[in-house]
Ligand binder design. Structure first.
Ligand SMILES: Cc1cc2nc3c(=O)[nH]c(=O)nc-3n(C[C@H](O)[C@H](O)[C@H](O)COP(=O)(O)OP(=O)(O)OC[C@H]3O[C@@H](n4cnc5c(N)ncnc54)[C@H](O)[C@@H]3O)c2cc1C
Length: 410
């Protein structure tokens, strides 16, 4: 590719849900936006592929729901069970949430992300460059970020959006990464797709909670299931579980083996992690962090795609306002003060969902309590619905204290 030397309003690094939603929102506000991704689409991505109702609502806001829904599997609810012994199982349908659609979608990332990128490319003020790696930042004399260095040349911009995923290089270069404790307790994930004669749990996501590992079954078509396995590095090591032993692990699993007998693996399992990524802030002079790059807790509650879409929408709003306020003709980087409203929007999108994720992680570390919670939820679907509402964006305070007590008191 010819070496370029471009100047735009906003340059976005990363064409996953976060980057695409940001670029779409910017372009719809008339901003000139350039999106680069080091991959070429369609590209795959390790993910559980369950888009929760709040993510479906974000897709509707982006005007992409009808197109995505055509190729996706509708999901009506979520269930939890203890994996080994056919013990307690709890299931709830996704709760109606006013205007929010009460269903989720199983989205095959290979297809879904390519649809998002195509939607960005279709915008008159947007350009997409695939196979282009963002390698460094450009800064002006004051130190404010004013562009990206890529392997096809520099791109000057009034704002850089780092949407480069869980292991974001730009977050590090921006100096916004905070250290996290590492070691065998890092949680990671591994996933693969299986062709099945019939969906084992119909149109719902099912989570089997084991002693060390959790198994997520998400239908992504009428004959295809995505199985994602989550746990600590140490647990994967103990189970001798890797991409190579994935199929054998399933075959020998006491519950999944019989459940998925006859299923065939249709791709190479992909892994990702460590999940927990912390940031000092989500904005600085001339730059924003969006999606997984803006910090992540864990995939255990599965709302990453929806959160990334919603953060992208919020980032686009803030960038459009900041450009309009500073004046369209200026080329100066957008100052941190103008980008600060994004931090509030980001916190509103992620705060309570992250707290719920921490609670579920805590239960996962205490198998006896997890079993008790699932047993309790199995005959109290209305409590589970209230928790699912938090996952969909309702405040944690909307769950009555008694519900919390019921989770651990038999
Ligand atoms: C095992 C697992 C299971 C999960 N299950 C679910 C689930 O069921 N539901 C759910 O909602 N979420 C789930 N998630 C989380 C979800 O996958 C993420 O939250 C979501 O993909 C975040 O989107 P993003 O756009 O921030 O990042 P990504 O989707 O990771 O996109 C980042 C993009 O940046 C590009 N990139 C990276 N570096 C550069 C660079 N230097 N230059 C240019 N481009 C670059 C990459 O190629 C990629 O396309 C799961 C995650 C894992 C790992």
């Amino acid at each position: 590719m010819a070496v370029m030397n471009a100047a735009v309003d906003v340059v976005v690094a990363g064409g996953g849900p976060a980057g695409c939603a940001t670029a779409l929102a910017c372009a719809r506000h008339g901003l000139e936006v350039l999106l680069v991704d080091r991959a070429r689409f369609p590209r795959d991505k390790a993910c559980g592929e369950g888009l929760l109702p709040s993510g479906v609502a974000a897709l509707a806001q982006l005007g992409l729901l009808a197109e995505v829904r055509r190729d996706a599997q509708r999901i009506e609810g979520l269930g939890f069970a203890i994996d080994a012994d056919g013990g307690p199982a709890a299931f709830a349908r996704f709760p109606d949430g006013g205007d929010e659609p009460a269903y989720g979608l199983g989205v095959r990332r290979l297809r879904f992300d390519a649809q998002l990128v195509a939607a960005v490319r279709a915008q008159p003020t947007a350009t997409v460059l695939e196979g282009v790696d963002a390698t460094a930042l450009l800064r002006d004399a004051s130190g404010a970020v004013d562009g990206l260095v890529t392997d096809v040349g520099p791109i000057r911009a009034r704002a850089v959006v780092a949407a480069d995923g869980l292991r974001s290089r730009l977050r590090e270069l921006l100096g916004l990464q905070r250290p996290t404790a590492r070691g065998g307790h890092d949680r990671v994930g591994l996933r693969g797709h299986l062709r099945v004669a019939a969906l084992p749990f119909g149109a719902s996501v099912r989570v089997l909670v084991g002693r060390d590992l959790e198994y997520y079954l998400t239908p992504v078509a009428t004959d295809e299931v995505q199985l994602a396995i989550l746990g600590t590095r140490r647990a994967f090591f103990r189970a001798a579980l890797s991409a190579v032993s994935f199929a054998e692990h399933l075959r020998e699993h006491p519950r999944l083996g019989p459940l998925l007998a006859g299923a065939t693996a249709i791709d190479r399992p992909l892994g990702a992690g460590p999940f927990r990524q912390r940031v000092a802030r989500v904005f600085t002079d001339g730059a924003l962090l969006v999606g997984d790059a803006a910090g992540y807790v864990d995939a255990i509650t599965g709302e990453g795609i929806g959160a990334a879409l919603r953060q992208g929408l919020a980032a686009g709003e803030v960038l459009a306002t900041a450009v309009a306020t500073a004046g369209r003709s200026s080329r100066a980087p957008l100052q941190a003060a103008a980008l600060a409203p994004y931090a509030q929007a980001h916190a509103a999108i992620t705060r309570d969902g992250d707290r719920l994720t921490e609670l579920v992680l805590w239960l996962a570390r205490h198998p006896r309590l997890a079993r008790r919670a699932i047993a309790s939820l199995s005959h109290r679907p209305q409590v589970m619905q209230r928790l699912l509402r938090v996952q969909a964006g309702a405040p944690l305070s909307s769950v009555p204290l008694l519900d919390w007590a019921r989770l651990v008191i038999p």
